[in-house]
Design a protein around this ligand. Structure first.
Ligand SMILES: Cc1ncc(COP(=O)(O)O)c(C=O)c1O
Length: 384
């Protein structure tokens, strides 16, 4: 049994999330739970050596990732399909730079994780969006619009977020197959960011797109599932040899092919020995999800919770209170000392939403919800 009820005071450890002393932080995708003892032991054994020199990637790193994905997601990976980097966003930039020509276009389903857009722009490429249909709290692909956008003459790549940040939507096998057909017909490269894949509600499972999308480049990392964002490691998974050869060159060219010693030390421990932690994490997230639903209902809040069951980020439709989530989130932070992410930065219909990170202990979550409630009620009056 792991402890998901106590959280660590991170005010003194350069934590981005906990930087501001008086704020309840429910924004950035960083969990407040501590990692398992086995991780601590593994880290300490490296520290006890007293030297932090250059480290190579041993076979155990490749095998642990291969085994984890093959066992849990029925992939058919071999060590040669895995390439390590210093992170998912770094890999995405390098991949886009390699497979797209300057000025070409990259498609996203919106609302979608905002950092993607800045990566595309930094690479001299153009963001194209296809807005997801939103009905009864559920998001679905508008296939007519999606197909039209994929047919644009300058469109070169489609970036899928699976499960989808910020909606937590887990794409179905049917969706993945349709995406494959539409992209193959048009010769569009699919890059799937599956960093949140291993985090789902207990009765759900994400489907790895390697099983359904031809030549897809999957990007993942232990940083979200095991809460190790500071570790700075990621990897790409792809079955295609030519793509992998080009990715490998790109990662070297961008100097992102060598993860640090801590990351290399920990990777096999995480993927081989921490599966039970992931199972208990999913229970803790379920508990917090249900707690949030109950809080919203018992307080009569006019919030619709849209959550597809992937990751630990709830997507709250607060359109009853505001359709300017940037203004609302600033108000909540400044006046009510609770920091949630404004949905507008994810584009699409995000201006009606707040993204709330529920991966904390019950006490902090309830304090945050109380502040959100008071802030929303005050905002309604404040505006009118
Ligand atoms: C969908 C998604 N991709 C990538 C990242 C960041 O990954 P990395 O730190 O490995 O660049 C995040 C962080 O929140 C994310 O939500």
């Amino acid at each position: 049994m792991y402890d998901f009820t106590n959280i660590i005071d991170r005010h003194k450890t350069n934590s981005t999330k906990w930087r501001e002393a008086d704020i309840i932080p429910l924004w950035i995708a960083d969990m407040d739970f501590s990692f398992p003892e086995v991780v601590k032991k593994s880290l300490l054994s490296l520290i006890e050596e007293g030297v932090l020199g250059y480290a190579y990637l041993p076979d155990t790193c490749y095998h642990s990732v291969v085994n984890f994905y093959n066992k849990n997601y029925s992939t058919k990976l071999e060590a040669g399909n895995v390439i390590f980097t210093t992170g998912v966003i770094a890999s995405l930039g390098a991949a886009l730079n390699t497979f797209c020509q300057p000025g070409e276009e990259v498609l996203f389903l919106t609302p979608c994780y905002n950092t993607f857009y800045s990566v595309v722009e930094k690479m001299g490429l153009k963001v194209i969006t296809s807005e997801l249909d939103y009905k009864d709290g559920q998001y679905n692909i508008n296939y007519k619009d999606f197909a039209q956008k994929l047919s644009r003459p300058n469109l070169r790549a489609f970036v899928l977020c699976n499960p989808h940040n910020p909606t937590g939507h887990i794409w179905s096998i049917e969706d993945l197959k349709k995406i494959n057909t539409l992209c193959r017909e048009r010769n569009i490269l699919v890059i799937a960011d599956e960093i949140h894949g291993p985090i789902t509600l207990p009765n759900l499972k994400y489907e790895c797109s390697l099983n359904y999308i031809e030549n897809v480049i999957v990007l993942a990392s232990p940083s979200k599932p095991f809460n190790m964002a500071g570790l700075k490691i990621g990897f790409s998974l792809c079955y295609n040899k030519n793509i992998n050869a080009r990715l490998s060159l790109a990662y070297n060219r961008f100097n992102i092919a060598s993860p640090n010693s801590f990351a290399i030390q920990l990777l096999p421990t995480l993927y081989n020995d921490c599966q039970d932690w992931l199972i208990e994490l999913s229970q803790a997230i379920k508990h917090n999800y249900e707690l949030t639903l109950k809080y919203i209902e018992s307080n009569g809040l006019k919030i619709k919770v849209s959550y597809g069951g992937g990751t630990y980020l709830l997507w709250l439709d607060v359109s009853y209170y505001s359709n300017d989530s940037l203004k609302l989130s600033k108000f909540l932070k400044e006046k009510y000392k609770v920091f949630v992410s404004e949905g507008s930065k994810y584009l699409g219909n995000g201006h009606n939403f707040l993204r709330v990170n529920i991966a904390t202990n019950e006490k902090t979550l309830l304090m945050g919800l109380e502040r959100i409630k008071n802030g929303l009620l005050a905002y309604k009056n404040y505006k009118s």
